[in-house]
Design a protein around this ligand. Structure first.
Ligand code: ZN
Length: 501
């Protein structure tokens, strides 16, 4: 049998004012090069990674299964996709699907939080077009992120929906292989998958999305137990929701896949949804204020304190140039801190000064006016580098390997801090970002990362503790501050007295 791999994996932050247009796909800083790929390029770039499509490639080794990479696109999280960008990517993939077809089954690698101008549920629109192209009889499997906004339209547009189970994401490739196997079994007539989804009026705060911590840990354990113990239940997934998508289907989702028995799928999705709802207070925790975070002392601890800048969570589509924590460190006159800022202008000034040169800079807070104001630093340029690095960490969120921060400068500040300035908005989720420019992050007292979940696998190896810092920004950890216009009402935690059964 021949299976085709397609998809657009995009996490859209609708509060971002930077559209995810052709240029953003072209200049993707994840995946070593342009983000829109066709044919074997998909395998070349992603076949050895930890992401869903690598699991699809693994299925190619199964007896009688041929998996063909038709096309796959991804890029950094950002604002909505213009319709023209979306149309162009889909048309490219569908033209190739037709040229290389026919196929017995389709494997999609979506995120589940894509928003396109004119299509609030971008993933459902993508699925609709694929389904229209292949017809109703070709089985389609789709694997999505743990924290997308999963809708009934997405689920019912395909035959099998699996979500990654871990956040930070460590099982994406496994879930890809699992989905491919279910679709192969469907084609052979061994199973007949049916699906159910329940969307309780609730979204999990990003601080409550780590699947290694409660309440997600217990909920996930229940889903796994149910799957293992229930004959005929093929899979159960927990969607955490993506608060930064201002769309009607924003929120948590419970998805179950059963063999032939729709009432079983419905019962399982319902059971998990009820448990989720009971836990709702635990899905709404608070972080630590900047003022308290910058006063934390490492003391005799074996590793640095890692501050997770929640309002500038680059994985959620922020610019990576927030200065709220930098401002706090400067006010507190802290020494021994390490912080990364996306600031092409400051990099240019460092290049002009050269290695060893003295610089006077206004750093960060320049890109969208939503993440603090530029902060004054003076110091010496310690290093200049091309900013490309490969992750050698044993554990990296979503299995990413290749990174490109563009020209990068390291400035030793006169006040005793270290600032890494990047030209491109590269995510801070690999220690190799620092090793590649001669920095050992383990030596610092405070290390600031621009992310919430994504830095944790890598930085967890050196950190004595990790602290969620409650900074403002378009990825603020407090969803009440975002000002949604299109979400369902009432909904928890926005309306605390929301009722649901
Ligand atoms: Zn994710």
């Amino acid at each position: 049998m021949r299976l085709a791999v397609l998809g657009i994996m995009h996490e859209t932050n609708t509060f971002s004012n930077v559209p995810t247009d052709d240029r953003v796909f072209e200049e993707s800083t994840i995946g070593n090069g342009p983000g829109i790929l066709l044919g074997d390029r998909v395998w070349e770039v992603w076949g050895d990674s930890g992401i869903t499509v690598a699991g699809y490639k693994d299925a190619d080794a199964e007896p009688g299964v041929q998996v063909v990479p038709v096309g796959w696109a991804t890029t950094n999280t950002g604002g909505k996709l213009p319709t023209s960008t979306f149309d162009r990517i889909v048309a490219g993939q569908l033209a190739r699907l037709e040229a290389e077809g026919p196929f017995d089954g389709i494997l999609l690698g979506q995120h589940g939080a894509m928003v396109v101008e004119g299509y609030p549920d971008g993933d459902a629109e993508f699925i609709r077009r694929v389904r229209a192209a292949v017809g109703p009889r070709v089985p389609i499997g789709n694997v999505m992120d743990t924290h997308g906004n999963v809708s009934p339209a997405q689920v019912h547009g395909v035959d099998v929906t699996l979500l990654w189970r871990t956040n930070p994401h460590m099982d994406c490739r496994d879930r890809g292989l699992q989905c491919a196997r279910l679709i192969a079994q469907t084609i052979r007539g061994e199973i007949q998958p049916v699906q159910a989804i329940v969307n309780p009026p609730l979204v999990a705060n990003i601080l409550a999305q780590n699947t290694a911590d409660e309440p997600m840990r217990g909920l996930l354990a229940q889903a796994l137990e149910l799957t293992a113990a229930t004959p005929g239940l093929l899979d159960a997934s927990i969607g955490e929701g993506f608060p930064y998508g201002d769309v009607p289907h924003m929120g948590m989702a419970l998805v179950a896949v059963a063999d032939r028995d729709i009432s079983l799928a419905e019962r399982v999705a319902r059971t998990l949804a009820r448990r989720t709802w009971e836990l709702r207070e635990a899905f709404d925790p608070r972080g630590v204020s900047v003022a308290d975070a910058v006063r934390l002392e490492r003391g005799d601890a074996a590793g640095p304190i890692v501050l997770l800048d929640c309002g500038d969570n680059m994985g959620a589509g922020t610019p990576g140039d927030s200065t709220f924590i930098l401002d706090g460190l400067l006010r507190e006159r802290r020494t021994g801190w390490l912080l990364t800022v996306h600031d092409p202008e400051a990099v240019l000034a460092c290049v002009a000064a050269g290695v060893g040169g003295n610089v006077q800079l206004m750093v960060g807070g320049k890109i969208d006016g939503l993440h603090g104001t530029p902060q004054p630093i003076t110091g010496r340029v310690r290093t200049l580098a091309d900013g490309k690095f490969k992750a050698h960490d044993a554990r990296v969120h979503a299995g990413h390997k290749e990174f490109d921060g563009g020209t990068t400068a390291v400035v030793q500040t006169d006040g005793g801090g270290t600032v890494v300035l990047t030209t491109l908005p590269v995510m801070t989720m690999s220690l190799d970002q620092h090793y590649s420019i001669g920095i050992n992050p383990a030596r610092f007292d405070l290390v600031v990362t621009k992310g919430v979940m994504s830095p944790q696998p890598a930085y967890g190896v050196i950190a004595s503790r990790m602290v969620y810092v409650d900074t403002p920004g378009i990825s603020t950890a407090n969803p009440r501050f975002l000002g949604h216009q299109h979400r369902r009402r009432p909904m928890f935690p926005f309306e605390q007295d929301t009722e649901w059964s």
